[in-house]
Design a protein around this ligand. Structure first.
Ligand code: UDX
Ligand code: ADP
Length: 472
């Protein structure tokens, strides 16, 4: 029976970092080394200011760092030492070539896999942790097998991560399930059991699901596609609500009471973001097309199309409400992260909205409690533009508070549902006083009490709620 004593995680990002930090925290008998090519990232993991913001992460890392948890750029040494290696590198959507805009770019997975094959001096269990298209494990196996010898064997497992950012530590400590896929051969099953033993240090055994490799890979894409589909469904309904006077919160509540549907993930919004949903659905669409299943591809693609529509619809509403022009008007954007409690901005709806505002020649003032100014400039830059920050600074101001952003603004737009933007936390009367009149507020997150803000004097527009129905 294989017992895992030494774990290496390749990739110290949003997935690898928190996942393996929790593993070290819960398994004091296992040495965990998280490696990355980025020296800056590793230096940050070894400092007091961790490179990612995630509630509870500091406590976990500080409790076991330099005891059984290590961060290093020495990828080769960590590979050689480990019995089990998580591959947690990034798999962005391809920007060019075949499948551009849809297929995942597997260059990082491949280069990490090749590195393992090159430097390993003993047998390893290699675990695919990054979200990958189906059949990636097969490619990894081919690369590793081409390099294995009778003395060195590689077993490949698929162990997709289901954590959500902002609640990663909670999700990792108490997961709904852990999924481990393996080739159903003798050594595959032995490797699978070894990883089961790692997780059952803290996860009840009945929550650790074992499947074949392909089911595991597809389940991850399927779970994200279904979650995103729920959001696109409620967002599609939000458009009907605005046109009719139905209230999307009431509709979601009524539907969610059906135990078959459940109440979670029915919050209408300005559109889902994050590194996973769009990427995984597009992977599924690409896979379906490759499998010659065009109807299946079209079905899932509609979830992404609806998400884009929701963002555009929101912008259109803002422009038309502001008398059909936002040229030279100041728009205060509250929130830039793709959801609250994270500093991550990947695929954030804020990026699309603000780019549209800039196109319309508006002046945009942005405040987010966790996202750094540098990141915002990077996200808003267009390819090929020289001296982007200087160009952007003509239209974009990064602020230190919501009050600063809203000062002199024509409209406040709530894009991220940070608690500090709630009407019991932020002084909206103060905000109102500082704004141009009429003072417009657009709530893309159903976060504030519109009635209360209307009493202050705001003209409020909320996703999925008809303004007139609200004031009647
Ligand atoms: C998601 C999955 O939830 C997680 O299981 C997977 O491992 C990675 O992808 P994440 O993207 O981190 O996690 O966050 P999630 O909470 O799923 O939110 C994704 C987006 O959907 C955010 O922009 C969020 O604001 C939005 N959302 C979520 C809604 O608009 N409405 C909802 O009801 C829920
Ligand atoms: P995710 O959200 O999937 O964790 P991130 O981009 O946050 O994605 O993290 C992936 C990390 O993997 C990055 O820090 C990147 O530097 C690292 N990485 C990519 N390829 C390799 C490699 N071959 N060896 C080591 N680290 C790598």
């Amino acid at each position: 029976m294989t017992v895992v004593k030494n774990v290496c995680c390749i990739g110290a990002g949003y997935v690898g970092g928190p996942t393996c930090a929790v593993l070290a925290y819960k398994c004091p008998d296992i040495k965990v080394t998280i490696v990355d090519l980025s020296e800056a990232r590793i230096a940050a993991w070894n400092s007091d200011h961790l490179p990612i913001y995630e509630p509870g992460l500091d406590e976990v890392v500080f409790a076991c760092r330099d005891k059984n948890l290590f961060f290093s750029t020495n990828v080769d040494a960590a590979i050689q030492e480990a019995d089990l290696i998580f591959v947690s590198v990034n798999t962005p959507t391809k920007k060019s070539g075949m499948g551009a805009g849809m297929a995942a770019d597997l260059a990082y997975v491949e280069s990490a896999t090749r590195r393992i094959a090159e430097v390993a001096k003993s047998s390893k269990i290699v675990v695919e942790k990054s979200t990958v298209p189906c059949r990636t494990a097969q490619s990894m196996r081919t690369i590793l097998e081409a390099n294995s010898t009778p003395e060195i064997q590689f077993d490949i497992l698929s162990n997709p991560e289901f954590l959500a950012e902002g609640t990663a530590i909670k999700d990792l400590l108490n997961p709904d399930r852990v999924l481990i896929g393996a080739l159903q051969t003798e050594s595959g099953i032995e490797a699978q059991n070894a990883l089961v033993d790692v997780y059952t240090h803290w996860v009840p055994k009945e929550r650790v699901i074992t499947t074949n490799l392909w089911s595991s890979e597809l389940s991850k894409l399927a779970a994200n596609a279904m979650l995103a589909q729920r959001i696109s469904s409620i967002n599609a309904l939000s458009a009907i609500c605005e046109a009719t006077g139905a209230d999307v919160d009431e509709v979601a509540f009524a539907c969610g009471k059906d135990t078959r549907l459940g109440s979670k993930f029915l919050k209408a919004s300005v559109g889902f973001g994050g590194s996973c949903f769009q990427k995984d659905i597009l992977n599924l669409v690409y896979l379906s097309k490759q499998l010659n299943l065009p109807e299946v591809a079209a079905y899932w693609e509609q979830v992404v199309i609806m998400n884009e529509y929701q963002k555009k619809r929101f912008v259109r509403n803002i422009i038309s409400t502001l008398f059909n022009t936002i040229t030279n008007k100041k728009i205060a954007v509250l929130g830039f992260a793709f959801k609250k409690d994270t500093g991550d901005t990947r695929e954030s709806a804020a990026i699309t909205l603000i780019k549209d505002f800039i196109q319309e020649n508006a002046r945009v003032a942005i405040y987010d409690p966790k996202v750094e100014a540098q990141q915002i400039y990077m996200d808003l830059s267009e390819p090929g533009v020289v001296d982007t920050q200087k160009q952007l600074e003509k239209n974009v101001q990064i602020c230190q508070s919501a009050y600063e952003a809203a000062d002199g603004a024509d409209a406040v737009v709530i894009v991220t549902e940070w608690d500090e933007f709630r009407d019991d936390q932020l002084d909206y009367s103060k905000i109102y006083t500082g704004m141009n009149k009429p003072a417009f507020l657009f709530d893309g997150r159903l976060l504030v009490n519109a009635q209360k803000l209307r009493q202050i004097g705001f003209k409020v527009s909320v996703i999925g709620k008809n303004e007139l129905a609200g004031t009647a």
